[in-house]
Every structure is written in structure tokens, then in C-alpha cells.
Design a protein around this ligand. Sequence first.
Ligand SMILES: *[C@@H]1O[C@H](CO)[C@@H](O)[C@H](O)[C@H]1NC(C)=O
Ligand SMILES: *[C@@H]1O[C@H](CO)[C@@H](O)[C@H](O)[C@H]1NC(C)=O
Ligand SMILES: *[C@@H]1O[C@H](CO)[C@@H](O)[C@H](O)[C@H]1NC(C)=O
Ligand SMILES: *[C@@H]1O[C@H](CO)[C@@H](O)[C@H](O)[C@H]1NC(C)=O
Ligand SMILES: *[C@@H]1O[C@H](CO)[C@@H](O)[C@H](O)[C@H]1NC(C)=O
Ligand SMILES: CC(=O)N[C@H]1CO[C@H](CO)[C@@H](O)[C@@H]1O
Length: 283
Amino acid sequence: MMVSFQVCLLISISFIAGQCACDGSADEVLFYQNYYEKYGGDHLIVSDEGKEVSLLIDQHTGSGFTSNQNFGSGDFHINLKIPNKSSSGIITTFYLMSQSVDEPNSGIPHDEVDFEFLGGNDKYTLSTNVFASDGGHREQQFNLWFDPTTGFHSYRILWNQYNIVFFVDDVPIRIFKNNTDRGVNFPSNPMHIEATIWNDTNWVGEVDWSQGSFTAYYRNFSINGCQYQESNLQDCYSNNYYWNPITTLSPEQYLKYEDLRGNMTYDYCHYNATDFPECMLNN
Ligand SMILES: *[C@@H]1O[C@H](CO)[C@@H](O)[C@H](O)[C@H]1NC(C)=O
Ligand SMILES: *[C@@H]1O[C@H](CO)[C@@H](O)[C@H](O)[C@H]1NC(C)=O
Ligand SMILES: *[C@@H]1O[C@H](CO)[C@@H](O)[C@H](O)[C@H]1NC(C)=O
Ligand SMILES: *[C@@H]1O[C@H](CO)[C@@H](O)[C@H](O)[C@H]1NC(C)=O
Ligand SMILES: *[C@@H]1O[C@H](CO)[C@@H](O)[C@H](O)[C@H]1NC(C)=O
Ligand SMILES: CC(=O)N[C@H]1CO[C@H](CO)[C@@H](O)[C@@H]1O
């Protein structure tokens, strides 16, 4: 079953009304239709009648939300604005995950596909990572071509049986191919969506709590995903879902992708190629 409430509703409504509401603004999907609070209590605030959520972290706690459903494939997106102050030590995220953050011992293999902003003083590094039933360690990090603190930008993860593609404002910044036939691990378990704000002193430095609290803002809660129900993972590979036949970038996308590779500031393959067969493959 396709969980694209926005699309489905729009089509049925516009048929009845005989007019097209296709710009997506009229029937925006609201937070609680697809997500719920994971932790943080009053540090998670839903506003603008459900169209916006803010996640706050202070010395007491961070906060986060998670999707109602698990998915077997999809084209997942969110619009995000990260904290606009010196935020060393603070991490703002949007990611897919096979198990819940609070259930690390669930026995479900750990698959994860991450966007993580590593807050800094002047620079805001965007880190991406892939876990595939393993410990991850596949970081690739970028400096972006805009300031992610001043406005909302789109962060998107396409996940089908051929590849995972990370997009920022529709620019592909990373491709992780399914090369399981060549010994590369690839996420293969149902995943849900999470978004959090947290701190990690070891990874990104001390937090200066004297700055006060830190807030990230999220919008655009529609989900284009194949909802996972027990035993239908193969159905999620069907070409009836528009994202499944996507195996390559368009020439225009590829040019932008190549351009951005020059702005990669960290590549796990550079340091750790021998541990990861995908680093040895030249595609
Ligand atoms: C940072 O964002 C807050 C709202 O979250 C706003 O009130 C404040 O003016 C912003 N500060 C700067 C320096 O842009
Ligand atoms: C690469 O980074 C530089 C400096 O941070 C920036 O000026 C440029 O726009 C970036 N290019 C792309 C394609 O992101
Ligand atoms: C990865 O590709 C193989 C074929 O090479 C396929 O059998 C498998 O189902 C794919 N894995 C996922 C998770 O889509
Ligand atoms: C929500 O995100 C989708 C996918 O990036 C985009 O097509 C759509 O225009 C966005 N909607 C809003 C209201 O920003
Ligand atoms: C290299 O990968 C291994 C796991 O295969 C991990 O334990 C180690 O921390 C990684 N090193 C770096 C520098 O990422
Ligand atoms: C508010 C919050 O989540 N603080 C955490 C920051 O990181 C330290 C070290 O990992 C934790 O102990 C805090 O709980």
C-alpha cells in the first residue's frame, strides 16, 4: 500500500471538485497524519496547525519524532532549518532506521540511512552515513552551497532495490548502490523515519549551553513510501511505485553530483577502504 496521503487525497478531491489542487499547498499533509513524538515532551512543539514542528535541545533533554509506519522502499523527504547559532556539539537529523533508537536490543538487524548536521561555529557540516546490518562507519561529509540555518531546504532519501540516493534541494549528493552480488552490504530491512536533535561531545565537541537552547524546524510531512506489512517486502519492489525504476541519474543530475563531490570534506573510503568492498568498486 502506498502511503502518499497527499497524492491520493488530492486526486480524489480534485476529481470531485473538478479542479486541480496540484500545487500541493492547499492540502498539505500535517505532522500527526504520518508522525508522532518519540521523546522530549514539551521540547517538541507542533505549530502552524500541524504544518511545522520544532525540536529543541537544552541541558535537560533533546527531542525527536518518528513515523507511524515502517517502509520497504520509498522517496522520503523533509524540509528542515537547523539551529541558527553557534552549535558545536549539537546534531540535527533526518534518517531512516530499521530498529528504534530506544530498542537497540530488539534483535532486528541495524540498517540506517542518515542525514546528520554536525553543528559548528561557522561551518555546518552535513554528514551522511549508511548502516547495512552492521556498524555503519560509511560517513561522507559535505559543505553545502547555502546556509542551512537561514531557511528551509529539502533533504531527501530515495531507497529502492538498486540504490540509495541522498538529495539536497533535488541535487544528488551521494549514491550508495546495491552491490550485494559483489559482497557489499545493503540495507534490506523495513525502516521507519526519525528526526532528532541531540548532542555528542565525543564526535562533534563540547556544547556551549550558555548560548541557551537550540531549535531545529521541520516542515512538509508527506511521505512517499511503500508501507511494510509482514511478508510483503517483495511487493515494495514493484514498479508501480514511481521511485522503484530509478536506477540512474539524469545527465543534468549527474553533472551536479560530480560538481559536489569536490566539496566532500570527509570520505570513509579515503581512510578505511580495505574494510569496505564498495570502496574498491569504481561505480
Ligand atoms: C534565530 O532564529 C530565531 C527563531 O528561531 C529568531 O528569533 C532569531 O532572530 C534568529 N537569529 C538570527 C541571528 O538570525
Ligand atoms: C563548494 O564549497 C564552496 C565553499 O564552501 C562554495 O562556495 C561552493 O558554492 C560549493 N559548491 C557546491 C557545488 O556546493
Ligand atoms: C539487492 O540486489 C539483489 C540483486 O543483485 C537483489 O536480489 C536484492 O533483493 C536487493 N536488495 C534489496 C534490499 O533491495
Ligand atoms: C514537500 O516536498 C516535496 C518533495 O521534495 C516537494 O515536491 C513539495 O513541493 C514539498 N511541499 C511543500 C509544501 O514544501
Ligand atoms: C573503519 O571501519 C571499521 C569497521 O569496519 C571501524 O571499526 C573503524 O572505526 C573505521 N575507521 C574509521 C576511521 O572510520
Ligand atoms: C541534553 C542531552 O541530551 N545531553 C547529553 C549530551 O551528551 C552527554 C554525553 O553523551 C550526555 O550525557 C547528555 O545527556
